[in-house]
Design a binder for this molecule. Sequence first.
Ligand SMILES: [Zn+2]
Length: 115
Amino acid sequence: MKTSTPCPGCKKPITIEEFEDFSSPFTMKCPHCRARLKETKMTTWLLLLAVVIVPLLIYLGITIKGFLSGHFSIVEKVPTMIVFIAFCYPVYALYQAYNAVIIFNKGKLQLKNPQ
Ligand SMILES: [Zn+2]
């Protein structure tokens, strides 16, 4: 497994930790030269994966809320979104980290707006 990958702009290494800090594959920026980056090899696959993962997460949130409401009546008054964030955020964070690792190891970085 790689531990860093060179920025296509300034050629300085971007580490896996820096990759995981990107909030999405569409907002990647080189931490050194601030160049906007895009990934051209894996993003389509990751988007397809998101199409599967996101409804699963929503379903999971609704199921958890239903389950908790059955046991604690107070949960019924909590907006589903809050329950969703509390339970699904860790899953989502894992999924994001997984995305970062995939792009980092298998992806191909390019500059978004080559000058
Ligand atoms: Zn750079």
